[in-house]
Design a protein around this ligand. Structure first.
Ligand code: ADP
Ligand code: ZN
Ligand code: ZN
Length: 719
């Protein structure tokens, strides 16, 4: 017998090894094995077994690493699909599927005793004592613990074991940690008619499990989460498990609390967890001891034994796409996984991705509307503020007056800006030279409190330059606005109101929760921040949201710039007026006539989507067609350009044959990152299926070692 073995190497093929006699009857796909590789040995995954092979001179597997398959069969199949669709190696995918705590090493095991269901005709006193002792333990005791408690000999236990009244099992040491005790569960509110309608449409797919994708287009605060919770409850009633994917930044204690308040057996997966916690949660899930799994994109790989539903909240979020190998889009993987499991998917957003929306329009997904907020709470009015008459001031007169008014009235304010730091550009007033990152084609951002200038692309930092490097003048000026500067300005304008800045520079982990709690309790009156505060938070007393600059994303040289801008404005606006005291939103922009901002102000998603889809159709861009982006980079610009041409030459015929349009090679919009010049090639095809084939062809191009090629199928951005 032979086994196909995958390694976590960037090679898209597997290797064949012979299975030794001793393993022939036990080895299964999903188990890891140790094999000789070149002059050393490596750990690899057994991904398939074969009766014969054409490979000459096969070497033999040395040993198994896992006693039982680490990944169940359905996930092994999903891994194959991901490897072939996203053009990467199976080993890379398997690596990404397992939390690092699980894959690191074989865990320590101990032997424990559980009660069995067998019968014993004549119960000896020793056996009786053992059974009584066994009942006093909350989790299975070790053999020694049990014998000590019962005060009997090992042979008494053997008698019980033979009768099937007790069984001895291997148990991992940390499995004995108890899961958090379930709190008292809360009663769900009665669904409103619009919610009930969605639930009625989804219910049949949960009751007689079948695959269908439901897209819930619901305004902020329309009760989407409540719909998910109800659907999950139905799924659990049918004895199945649900997976809930949320964007990384929305995975707050508040979000988790909502699920724990409703269901007793919730598992949470999170990248900030310790290896140990993550392993414990993963094992619980694998054993079917969690009914609901909540986590970021990698939770789509949660090894639940009977998948009944996948929910993707804020499905438009970029964080569902992984920006390194394997470059999978968790929302799409969720759909593929649900399809093979035969269960429904619930996608929800106030601003669905145009991909999902066009799938709904084409009838592939079922569209549902939640057009109003629950409990009759109105949507906040959104007003555009034309900044062209404001002479470069950061707060328009209108915003200034409105903030003062709301504060006087006891309300709270959120000021949102999508840029960290103090000033975004350092410029010499004498010669006009701007300070760029030495490694990237980007500006250095001035961080005032830390007195450093920082590249937000590569993290390069240096002390603030006193003199211009070109003309040695000392007339360096800091222009442009970041959250640090907005916070400083706001503190000066409203000295009586406590203010908190929230971005990845100012708060981390537990600090963030404390800062948000203090705002929720009304101690802080003004919150200044980036999108870290846009998701997963419900602040009832926020009566004014000011979007300081709505144009930051509008001018990105990416075809999704409008879509991102629309999402940003609508999502941030959604933080306002969540109580009956009402609220409003002011959006500062230099482009008040832009249809994206106009649509965002009226909150008319479908109007925006129609126009934007027409535009994409005209330009032949996603979702009208599918895209694969190929980025070639090298330290020398010439090397990168030459390699991009070589890749183009390697795929051009295949592209023609497949009816794929190639654009480029051209310089990438971000020309240089981390010292590497970047050239790109964009492939556009009518059908998704043809792009991976082209990507694999590109990967076969003979390129010098100095050059790096990245193939990104369904890229989140073309930058
Ligand atoms: P979304 O996910 O669309 O932003 P949520 O589900 O979070 O909306 O609902 C917003 C708020 O309204 C939450 O505080 C939630 O508890 C509450 N809510 C949702 N549905 C109902 C309902 N049917 N009756 C009363 N309150 C509800
Ligand atoms: Zn100068
Ligand atoms: Zn840089």
């Amino acid at each position: 017998m032979f086994a196909r073995i995958a390694f976590d190497l960037p090679i898209p093929t597997e290797f064949t090894y012979a299975v030794p006699e001793t393993l022939a009857s036990t080895l299964q796909p999903g188990q890891r094995v140790r094999v000789p590789f070149r002059t050393t040995s490596r750990i690899g995954w057994c991904v398939a077994l074969e009766e014969s092979t054409e490979v000459q001179k096969v070497r033999e597997i040395s040993a198994v690493v896992d006693e039982t398959p680490l990944l169940p069969e359905d996930l092994m199949q999903l891994a194959s699909w991901i490897a072939s669709y996203y053009v990467c190696s199976l080993g890379d995918v398997l690596q990404a599927m397992l939390p690092s705590g699980v894959r690191r090493r074989a865990p320590r095991v101990r032997r424990v005793v559980r009660t069995g269901t067998g019968q014993l005709e004549r119960r000896a006193p020793a056996a009786q004592a053992l059974l009584q002792a066994l009942e006093t333990f909350e989790s299975p005791p070790t053999i020694a613990q049990l014998l000590r408690t019962a005060g009997v000999s090992r042979s008494a236990l053997s008698t019980l074991e033979r009768a099937g009244l007790a069984c001895i099992e291997q148990m991992e040491q940390d499995d004995r940690l108890d899961a958090p005790a379930p709190a008292a569960l809360e009663q769900p509110p009665r669904p409103e008619p619009a919610q009930a309608e969605v639930l009625a449409a989804v219910a049949p797919d949960l009751i007689a499990p079948s695959f269908r994708v439901h897209l819930v287009l619901g305004v902020t605060g329309s009760g989407k989460t409540e719909v998910y919770l109800r659907a999950i409850a139905e799924c659990i009633r049918r004895g199945r498990q649900a997976i809930v994917l949320v964007p990384e930044i929305a995975l707050t204690p508040q979000t988790v609390r909502r699920f724990r308040a409703r269901f007793a057996r919730v598992a949470v997966l999170h990248s900030a967890q310790t290896h140990k916690t993550r392993r414990r949660e993963w094992k619980r899930i694998r054993r079917g001891e969690a009914d609901v799994v909540v986590g970021p994109r990698s939770a789509v790989f949660a090894p639940v034994p009977a998948l009944g539903l996948i929910v993707v909240d804020e499905e438009h979020e970029n964080s569902f796409k992984q920006d390194q190998t394997p470059r999978y889009q968790a929302r799409d993987v969720a759909v593929v996984r649900a399809q093979s499991a035969g269960c429904p998917v619930l996608l929800g957003s106030a601003t669905p991705s145009l991909e999902s929306y066009s799938n709904a329009r084409a009838g592939r997904y079922t569209l549902h509307h939640l057009p109003r907020r629950v409990r009759g709470i109105p949507m906040p009015p959104v007003e555009l503020v034309d900044m062209r008459g404001e002479k470069g001031r950061i707060f328009s007169t209108r915003l200034r007056l409105s903030v003062s008014e709301v504060l006087t009235d006891g309300g709270q304010v959120i000021l949102f800006l999508n840029r960290r730091g103090f000033a975004t550009v350092s410029v010499c007033r004498r010669c006009g030279h701007t300070l760029g990152c030495p490694h990237c084609s980007s500006m250095l951002v001035f961080h005032k409190r830390r007195r450093r200038t920082v590249c937000h692309l590569c993290g390069h930092e240096c002390a603030v330059a006193r003199k211009c490097s070109e003309c040695f003048s000392e007339a360096i000026e800091f222009i442009g606005w970041g959250t640090e500067r907005v916070a400083e300005e706001a503190a000066g304008a409203w000295p009586g109101a406590r203010l908190q800045r929230i971005d990845s520079d100012s708060v981390r982990g537990p600090q963030l929760e404390a800062a948000l709690d203090s705002f929720r309790h009304g101690e802080t009156r003004i919150l200044v921040g980036t999108q870290m505060l846009a998701k997963g938070h419900d602040f009832p007393n926020v009566r004014l949201v000011g979007i300081v600059n709505a144009d930051t994303a509008l001018h990105l040289p990416d075809f999704r710039a409008n879509e991102r801008t629309f999402q940003l404005v609508v999502q941030v606006s959604g933080r306002a007026g969540r109580s009956d005291r009402g609220g409003r939103v002011l959006v500062q922009t230099y482009n008040p006539d832009h249809y994206t901002l106009q649509a965002a102000a009226t909150g008319d998603y479908e109007d925006f989507a129609r126009r934007e889809l027409e535009e994409r159709e005209l330009l032949g861009l996603p979702p009208a067609r599918r895209a694969a982006l190929m980025i070639v980079s090298a330290e020398q610009d010439d090397d990168a350009r030459e390699a991009a041409r070589a890749v183009h030459a390697a795929v051009v015929q295949e592209a023609q044959r497949l009816g794929v349009e190639l654009r480029g090679p051209a310089r990438a919009p971000i020309e240089r990152v981390r010292g590497r010049w970047r050239w790109m090639l964009l492939a556009l095809g009518e059908r998704a299926g043809v792009l991976p084939a082209l990507g694999r062809r590109a990967q076969k191009t003979r390129l010098s070692r100095k050059v790096d090629l990245v193939v990104d199928v369904d890229p989140a951005a073309v930058l």
